[in-house]
Design a protein around this ligand. Structure first.
Ligand SMILES: [Zn+2]
Length: 239
């Protein structure tokens, strides 16, 4: 390395130190200052997260079973068990409301490491985040599922598709309601565009899964356009 490169690199690392000093990053869970080595979450809160370890399971997990008899899923994976009042709740809250895509991308990258050990994910063509509810998009303008999917997409060098699925507005009896009631009345109906036909295997990404009904209705809309496509599901947490 020549001396000029050294000077430039030193300056950058000095600027990094300075930025850290002036604007220290804080933990998404406990809000304590992060050390230079920590990203998004401190090591204590990270250690409190309860990982499912589904990526190591040899047989179908409860996450796979959630979809049995509803629609065909290639593989379903969730990174964390959601627990109230614990680290995972703070993480999900920060992911949704801190308006900081870096949090989602950080966890997306963590998830990507686990996807690499599962054979079902070797032929994925695209990650598709669940579209935000229009009411939330209106209030927030930021989709946490997209941030997660972007982290995975960047880490695995697989396409991120935010265009093929859209939320279709529902019903024509909404005119007498005020603006917020109208938003509330928007049902989870989805429309899939023909661009989905480019893919053989897509992964639907969401932040937290409870009943799986949103993902089920997205999957239904995809199969109306592309009946033979393989669909997998990945979420940050399951409750
Ligand atoms: Zn913390």
């Amino acid at each position: 390395m020549n001396s000029l490169t050294n000077v430039v690199l030193n300056r950058f690392s000095f600027l990094g130190d300075l930025t850290h000093l002036v604007f220290p990053e804080t933990c998404v869970s406990c809000s304590n200052e992060l050390s230079k080595e920590e990203k998004s979450i401190c090591s204590i809160c990270q250690s409190e997260l309860i990982e499912t370890n589904f990526h190591l399971a040899k047989e179908a997990t409860v996450m796979d079973q959630l979809f049995w008899g509803r629609f065909e899923v290639c593989k379903a994976y969730s990174y964390l068990f959601f627990e109230k009042e614990k680290s995972s709740q703070h993480v999900l809250f920060s992911l949704k409301y801190r308006d900081n895509p870096a949090i989602g991308e950080y966890f997306g990258k963590e998830i990507a490491k686990r996807l690499l050990v599962m054979s079902e994910f070797t032929d994925v063509d695209a990650f598709i985040p669940a579209p935000l509810h229009p009411k939330k998009a209106f209030l927030r303008g930021y989709n946490q599922s997209e941030a997660l999917a972007k982290g995975m997409s960047d880490a695995l060098n697989i396409r991120l598709d935010t265009n093929s699925i859209i939320r279709a507005k529902h019903g024509s009896t909404q005119t007498k309601k005020n603006r917020f009631q109208r938003w509330d009345n928007v049902q989870s109906t989805f429309k899939t565009k023909k661009s989905i036909l480019h893919y053989n295997h897509v992964v639907l990404v969401d932040d937290v899964i409870t009943t799986g009904s949103t993902l089920e209705s997205i999957a239904q809309s995809i199969r109306e356009v592309h009946p033979k496509i393989k669909i997998s599901i990945v979420t940050l947490a399951m409750s």
